[in-house]
Design a protein around this ligand. Structure first.
Ligand SMILES: *[C@@H]1O[C@H](CO)[C@@H](O)[C@H](O)[C@H]1NC(C)=O
Ligand SMILES: *[C@@H]1O[C@H](CO)[C@@H](O)[C@H](O)[C@H]1NC(C)=O
Ligand SMILES: *[C@@H]1O[C@H](CO)[C@@H](O)[C@H](O)[C@H]1NC(C)=O
Ligand SMILES: *[C@@H]1O[C@H](CO)[C@@H](O)[C@H](O)[C@H]1NC(C)=O
Ligand SMILES: *[C@@H]1O[C@H](CO)[C@@H](O)[C@H](O)[C@H]1NC(C)=O
Ligand SMILES: *[C@@H]1O[C@H](CO)[C@@H](O)[C@H](O)[C@H]1NC(C)=O
Length: 274
Protein backbone atom coordinates (compact mmCIF):
# COMPACT_ATOMS: atom_id res chain seq x y z
CA UNK A 1 0.00 0.00 0.00
CA UNK A 2 1.37 3.38 -0.99
CA UNK A 3 0.00 6.93 -0.57
CA UNK A 4 1.02 8.02 -4.05
CA UNK A 5 -1.18 5.37 -5.74
CA UNK A 6 -4.38 6.65 -4.05
CA UNK A 7 -6.54 9.49 -5.38
CA UNK A 8 -5.29 12.73 -3.81
CA UNK A 9 -8.54 13.52 -1.90
CA UNK A 10 -8.56 10.10 -0.29
CA UNK A 11 -4.86 10.35 0.47
CA UNK A 12 -5.41 13.70 2.18
CA UNK A 13 -8.27 12.40 4.32
CA UNK A 14 -6.30 9.30 5.27
CA UNK A 15 -3.33 11.48 6.13
CA UNK A 16 -5.48 13.63 8.40
CA UNK A 17 -6.81 10.56 10.17
CA UNK A 18 -3.78 8.38 10.45
CA UNK A 19 -0.97 10.90 10.50
CA UNK A 20 2.48 9.51 9.90
CA UNK A 21 1.30 6.21 8.39
CA UNK A 22 1.55 7.84 4.96
CA UNK A 23 4.96 9.29 4.41
CA UNK A 24 5.23 12.13 1.93
CA UNK A 25 7.70 14.95 1.44
CA UNK A 26 6.85 18.22 3.17
CA UNK A 27 4.23 16.76 5.51
CA UNK A 28 4.85 17.90 9.08
CA UNK A 29 3.65 14.57 10.47
CA UNK A 30 6.48 12.76 8.74
CA UNK A 31 9.34 14.71 10.22
CA UNK A 32 11.56 12.61 12.40
CA UNK A 33 10.83 13.05 16.09
CA UNK A 34 13.78 13.33 18.45
CA UNK A 35 13.54 13.11 22.22
CA UNK A 36 16.45 14.67 24.11
CA UNK A 37 17.72 14.70 27.67
CA UNK A 38 17.34 17.96 29.57
CA UNK A 39 19.65 20.96 29.41
CA UNK A 40 22.69 20.84 31.67
CA UNK A 41 24.01 23.56 33.97
CA UNK A 42 27.65 23.26 35.04
CA UNK A 43 27.85 24.85 38.48
CA UNK A 44 31.20 23.66 39.79
CA UNK A 45 34.48 23.30 38.00
CA UNK A 46 35.12 20.47 37.40
CA UNK A 47 31.61 19.09 37.90
CA UNK A 48 30.47 15.45 37.99
CA UNK A 49 30.34 13.95 34.48
CA UNK A 50 27.17 14.42 32.43
CA UNK A 51 25.66 12.41 29.55
CA UNK A 52 23.65 14.00 26.75
CA UNK A 53 21.07 11.78 25.07
CA UNK A 54 19.03 11.86 21.86
CA UNK A 55 16.55 9.17 20.83
CA UNK A 56 14.99 9.06 17.39
CA UNK A 57 11.44 7.99 18.36
CA UNK A 58 9.59 8.26 15.07
CA UNK A 59 11.19 8.03 11.69
CA UNK A 60 10.10 6.88 8.26
CA UNK A 61 13.43 7.00 6.46
CA UNK A 62 16.50 4.82 6.52
CA UNK A 63 19.06 6.23 8.90
CA UNK A 64 22.53 6.41 7.35
CA UNK A 65 24.50 7.93 10.20
CA UNK A 66 24.25 10.21 13.21
CA UNK A 67 26.78 12.35 15.09
CA UNK A 68 27.15 15.14 17.67
CA UNK A 69 28.13 18.77 17.09
CA UNK A 70 29.22 21.46 19.54
CA UNK A 71 28.63 25.07 18.46
CA UNK A 72 28.07 23.78 14.92
CA UNK A 73 31.32 21.80 14.70
CA UNK A 74 31.17 18.00 14.40
CA UNK A 75 32.70 16.25 17.41
CA UNK A 76 35.32 13.77 16.30
CA UNK A 77 34.65 10.05 16.66
CA UNK A 78 30.93 10.47 17.41
CA UNK A 79 29.75 9.28 13.96
CA UNK A 80 27.65 6.10 14.18
CA UNK A 81 24.60 4.44 12.68
CA UNK A 82 22.48 4.63 15.82
CA UNK A 83 19.04 6.11 16.53
CA UNK A 84 19.76 6.27 20.28
CA UNK A 85 22.73 8.55 20.85
CA UNK A 86 24.78 9.39 23.92
CA UNK A 87 27.57 11.88 24.48
CA UNK A 88 29.44 11.83 27.76
CA UNK A 89 31.32 14.87 29.08
CA UNK A 90 33.81 13.90 31.77
CA UNK A 91 34.52 16.53 34.45
CA UNK A 92 32.74 19.33 32.55
CA UNK A 93 34.16 22.84 32.84
CA UNK A 94 32.93 26.23 31.59
CA UNK A 95 34.70 25.66 28.26
CA UNK A 96 32.56 22.55 27.69
CA UNK A 97 29.41 24.65 27.76
CA UNK A 98 27.73 25.53 24.48
CA UNK A 99 25.07 24.43 22.04
CA UNK A 100 25.17 20.71 21.36
CA UNK A 101 23.25 19.12 18.49
CA UNK A 102 22.58 15.51 17.71
CA UNK A 103 22.33 15.22 13.92
CA UNK A 104 20.66 12.37 12.00
CA UNK A 105 21.32 11.77 8.29
CA UNK A 106 18.85 9.71 6.24
CA UNK A 107 18.82 8.02 2.89
CA UNK A 108 17.05 10.34 0.37
CA UNK A 109 15.68 12.68 3.05
CA UNK A 110 16.80 15.89 4.73
CA UNK A 111 18.86 15.56 7.88
CA UNK A 112 17.29 16.28 11.24
CA UNK A 113 18.71 17.54 14.51
CA UNK A 114 17.84 18.46 18.08
CA UNK A 115 19.53 20.89 20.47
CA UNK A 116 20.75 20.37 24.03
CA UNK A 117 22.12 23.43 25.79
CA UNK A 118 24.96 23.03 28.25
CA UNK A 119 25.22 26.20 30.31
CA UNK A 120 27.91 27.62 32.59
CA UNK A 121 28.76 30.94 34.19
CA UNK A 122 31.35 32.99 32.26
CA UNK A 123 35.00 32.38 32.95
CA UNK A 124 37.41 35.03 31.70
CA UNK A 125 40.27 33.13 30.08
CA UNK A 126 42.31 35.99 28.62
CA UNK A 127 43.12 39.62 29.47
CA UNK A 128 46.05 42.03 29.94
CA UNK A 129 47.27 42.50 33.49
CA UNK A 130 48.56 45.96 32.61
CA UNK A 131 48.79 48.39 29.72
CA UNK A 132 51.59 51.00 29.71
CA UNK A 133 51.38 53.90 27.27
CA UNK A 134 52.49 57.51 26.80
CA UNK A 135 50.03 60.39 26.97
CA UNK A 136 48.49 61.09 23.58
CA UNK A 137 48.81 57.45 22.52
CA UNK A 138 45.93 54.94 22.40
CA UNK A 139 45.37 52.13 24.92
CA UNK A 140 43.68 48.83 24.03
CA UNK A 141 42.39 46.44 26.69
CA UNK A 142 40.46 43.22 26.09
CA UNK A 143 38.84 40.24 27.79
CA UNK A 144 37.81 36.89 26.33
CA UNK A 145 35.59 34.32 27.93
CA UNK A 146 34.24 30.82 27.88
CA UNK A 147 30.77 30.01 29.24
CA UNK A 148 27.40 29.67 27.55
CA UNK A 149 25.10 31.58 27.01
CA UNK A 150 27.48 34.24 25.71
CA UNK A 151 27.78 37.03 28.30
CA UNK A 152 26.79 40.67 28.35
CA UNK A 153 29.96 42.74 28.75
CA UNK A 154 30.36 45.87 30.91
CA UNK A 155 33.54 47.97 31.35
CA UNK A 156 33.99 49.89 34.58
CA UNK A 157 36.78 51.99 36.09
CA UNK A 158 37.62 51.82 39.78
CA UNK A 159 37.16 55.16 41.55
CA UNK A 160 38.34 54.95 45.19
CA UNK A 161 38.15 51.14 44.89
CA UNK A 162 34.55 51.16 43.63
CA UNK A 163 33.90 50.12 40.01
CA UNK A 164 31.98 52.86 38.17
CA UNK A 165 30.64 52.47 34.64
CA UNK A 166 32.73 54.38 32.09
CA UNK A 167 31.36 57.76 31.02
CA UNK A 168 32.16 58.76 27.48
CA UNK A 169 31.85 62.56 27.74
CA UNK A 170 35.18 63.05 25.96
CA UNK A 171 34.20 60.58 23.20
CA UNK A 172 37.59 58.84 23.56
CA UNK A 173 36.23 55.45 24.72
CA UNK A 174 35.38 52.81 22.11
CA UNK A 175 33.94 49.45 23.13
CA UNK A 176 33.69 46.49 20.73
CA UNK A 177 31.69 43.48 21.99
CA UNK A 178 31.68 40.05 20.36
CA UNK A 179 30.01 36.95 21.76
CA UNK A 180 32.97 35.83 23.86
CA UNK A 181 35.29 38.85 23.48
CA UNK A 182 35.26 42.52 24.45
CA UNK A 183 37.70 45.31 23.69
CA UNK A 184 38.01 48.77 25.25
CA UNK A 185 40.09 51.36 23.39
CA UNK A 186 40.92 54.76 24.85
CA UNK A 187 42.25 57.24 22.30
CA UNK A 188 44.49 60.27 22.96
CA UNK A 189 45.40 59.22 26.52
CA UNK A 190 45.24 61.93 29.21
CA UNK A 191 47.74 61.68 32.05
CA UNK A 192 45.38 63.31 34.57
CA UNK A 193 42.15 61.33 33.98
CA UNK A 194 42.97 57.98 32.37
CA UNK A 195 45.43 56.01 34.54
CA UNK A 196 43.80 53.50 36.88
CA UNK A 197 42.17 50.10 37.16
CA UNK A 198 39.72 49.05 34.44
CA UNK A 199 37.38 46.12 35.06
CA UNK A 200 35.62 44.03 32.44
CA UNK A 201 32.55 42.22 33.72
CA UNK A 202 30.92 39.29 31.92
CA UNK A 203 27.42 38.33 33.04
CA UNK A 204 25.06 35.63 31.73
CA UNK A 205 21.97 33.90 33.11
CA UNK A 206 24.11 31.52 35.20
CA UNK A 207 26.60 33.92 36.81
CA UNK A 208 29.29 36.53 36.28
CA UNK A 209 33.03 37.11 36.34
CA UNK A 210 35.31 40.13 36.21
CA UNK A 211 39.03 40.90 35.91
CA UNK A 212 41.10 44.09 36.17
CA UNK A 213 43.65 45.68 33.84
CA UNK A 214 45.93 48.40 35.22
CA UNK A 215 46.46 51.31 32.82
CA UNK A 216 49.60 53.40 33.33
CA UNK A 217 50.08 56.62 31.36
CA UNK A 218 53.57 58.15 31.18
CA UNK A 219 54.34 61.79 30.48
CA UNK A 220 55.46 62.94 27.02
CA UNK A 221 58.90 63.62 28.51
CA UNK A 222 59.35 60.05 29.74
CA UNK A 223 61.14 58.82 26.61
CA UNK A 224 63.52 61.80 26.94
CA UNK A 225 64.54 60.98 30.50
CA UNK A 226 67.65 58.94 29.65
CA UNK A 227 68.81 61.73 27.36
CA UNK A 228 68.03 64.39 29.97
CA UNK A 229 70.00 62.34 32.50
CA UNK A 230 73.09 62.38 30.30
CA UNK A 231 72.63 66.08 29.64
CA UNK A 232 72.42 66.76 33.39
CA UNK A 233 75.60 64.73 33.97
CA UNK A 234 77.46 66.76 31.34
CA UNK A 235 76.28 70.04 32.88
CA UNK A 236 77.34 68.93 36.36
CA UNK A 237 80.76 67.87 35.04
CA UNK A 238 81.27 71.19 33.28
CA UNK A 239 80.25 73.10 36.43
CA UNK A 240 82.66 71.04 38.55
CA UNK A 241 85.51 71.65 36.11
CA UNK A 242 84.81 75.40 35.92
CA UNK A 243 84.59 75.72 39.71
CA UNK A 244 87.76 73.63 40.14
CA UNK A 245 89.64 75.84 37.67
CA UNK A 246 88.43 79.11 39.23
CA UNK A 247 89.51 77.88 42.65
CA UNK A 248 92.88 76.74 41.39
CA UNK A 249 93.86 79.96 39.63
CA UNK A 250 94.18 82.25 42.69
CA UNK A 251 96.43 79.64 44.37
CA UNK A 252 98.64 79.53 41.36
CA UNK A 253 99.10 83.30 41.10
CA UNK A 254 101.92 83.62 43.73
CA UNK A 255 104.03 80.90 42.16
CA UNK A 256 104.53 82.19 38.60
CA UNK A 257 106.78 79.44 37.11
CA UNK A 258 104.89 76.43 38.34
CA UNK A 259 101.49 78.00 37.60
CA UNK A 260 102.40 78.81 34.00
CA UNK A 261 103.81 75.34 33.33
CA UNK A 262 100.86 73.71 34.93
CA UNK A 263 98.34 75.68 32.89
CA UNK A 264 100.23 74.99 29.64
CA UNK A 265 100.04 71.25 30.31
CA UNK A 266 96.52 71.38 31.55
CA UNK A 267 94.90 73.18 28.62
CA UNK A 268 95.77 70.85 25.74
CA UNK A 269 94.72 67.93 27.88
CA UNK A 270 91.33 69.53 28.54
CA UNK A 271 90.81 70.17 24.81
CA UNK A 272 91.49 66.58 23.73
CA UNK A 273 89.17 65.30 26.44
CA UNK A 274 86.18 67.40 25.38
C1 LIG B 1 16.73 6.84 25.11
O1 LIG B 1 16.59 5.43 25.03
C2 LIG B 1 17.31 4.75 26.02
C3 LIG B 1 17.20 3.24 25.73
O2 LIG B 1 15.89 2.88 25.40
C4 LIG B 1 16.74 5.10 27.38
O3 LIG B 1 17.47 4.43 28.41
C5 LIG B 1 16.89 6.60 27.58
O4 LIG B 1 16.30 7.00 28.81
C6 LIG B 1 16.22 7.35 26.44
N1 LIG B 1 16.55 8.75 26.59
C7 LIG B 1 15.65 9.72 26.47
C8 LIG B 1 16.14 11.12 26.60
O5 LIG B 1 14.49 9.51 26.24
C1 LIG C 1 21.97 1.78 9.58
O1 LIG C 1 21.11 0.90 10.29
C2 LIG C 1 19.87 0.67 9.65
C3 LIG C 1 18.98 -0.16 10.56
O2 LIG C 1 19.72 -1.18 11.17
C4 LIG C 1 20.10 -0.01 8.30
O3 LIG C 1 18.88 -0.21 7.63
C5 LIG C 1 21.01 0.88 7.46
O4 LIG C 1 21.34 0.28 6.23
C6 LIG C 1 22.28 1.22 8.19
N1 LIG C 1 23.03 2.22 7.42
C7 LIG C 1 24.34 2.12 7.18
C8 LIG C 1 24.94 3.23 6.38
O5 LIG C 1 25.01 1.16 7.57
C1 LIG D 1 19.74 21.86 12.81
O1 LIG D 1 18.56 22.13 12.06
C2 LIG D 1 18.37 23.49 11.73
C3 LIG D 1 17.01 23.60 11.06
O2 LIG D 1 16.83 22.64 10.10
C4 LIG D 1 19.51 23.97 10.86
O3 LIG D 1 19.35 25.34 10.55
C5 LIG D 1 20.82 23.77 11.59
O4 LIG D 1 21.91 24.14 10.75
C6 LIG D 1 20.97 22.32 12.03
N1 LIG D 1 22.14 22.21 12.86
C7 LIG D 1 23.05 21.27 12.70
C8 LIG D 1 24.20 21.29 13.65
O5 LIG D 1 22.97 20.40 11.86
C1 LIG E 1 32.13 57.35 22.73
O1 LIG E 1 31.96 58.46 21.85
C2 LIG E 1 32.57 58.25 20.58
C3 LIG E 1 32.42 59.56 19.81
O2 LIG E 1 31.12 60.05 19.89
C4 LIG E 1 31.87 57.08 19.87
O3 LIG E 1 32.47 56.88 18.62
C5 LIG E 1 32.03 55.85 20.74
O4 LIG E 1 31.33 54.76 20.15
C6 LIG E 1 31.50 56.11 22.14
N1 LIG E 1 31.82 54.97 22.97
C7 LIG E 1 30.94 54.35 23.74
C8 LIG E 1 31.45 53.23 24.56
O5 LIG E 1 29.76 54.66 23.77
C1 LIG F 1 34.53 32.65 20.57
O1 LIG F 1 33.50 32.68 19.63
C2 LIG F 1 33.91 32.44 18.30
C3 LIG F 1 32.72 32.60 17.39
O2 LIG F 1 31.52 32.61 18.09
C4 LIG F 1 34.55 31.05 18.20
O3 LIG F 1 35.03 30.84 16.89
C5 LIG F 1 35.69 30.95 19.18
O4 LIG F 1 36.21 29.65 19.19
C6 LIG F 1 35.24 31.32 20.57
N1 LIG F 1 36.35 31.34 21.44
C7 LIG F 1 36.32 30.84 22.66
C8 LIG F 1 37.57 31.00 23.45
O5 LIG F 1 35.32 30.30 23.10
C1 LIG G 1 29.24 42.10 37.19
O1 LIG G 1 28.22 43.06 37.02
C2 LIG G 1 26.94 42.61 37.51
C3 LIG G 1 25.88 43.62 37.05
O2 LIG G 1 26.22 44.91 37.37
C4 LIG G 1 27.03 42.46 39.01
O3 LIG G 1 25.79 42.00 39.52
C5 LIG G 1 28.09 41.42 39.33
O4 LIG G 1 28.29 41.32 40.72
C6 LIG G 1 29.43 41.79 38.67
N1 LIG G 1 30.29 40.65 38.81
C7 LIG G 1 31.53 40.72 39.29
C8 LIG G 1 32.28 39.45 39.40
O5 LIG G 1 32.04 41.77 39.62
Amino acid sequence: MSGSSLPSALALSLLLVSGSLFPGPGAAQNEPRIVTSEEVIIRESPAPSVTLQCNLTSNSHTLTYSYWTKNGVELTATRKNASNMEYRINKPRAEDSGEYHCVYHFLNAPKANATIEVKAAPDITGHKRSENKNEGQDAVMYCKSVGYPHPEWIWRKKENGMPVEIVNTSGRFIIINRENYTELSITNLQITEDPGEYECNATNSIGSASVVTILRVRSHLAPLWPFLGILAEIIILVVIIVVYEKRKRPDEVPDDKNGGEHLMHYHPQFKTDS
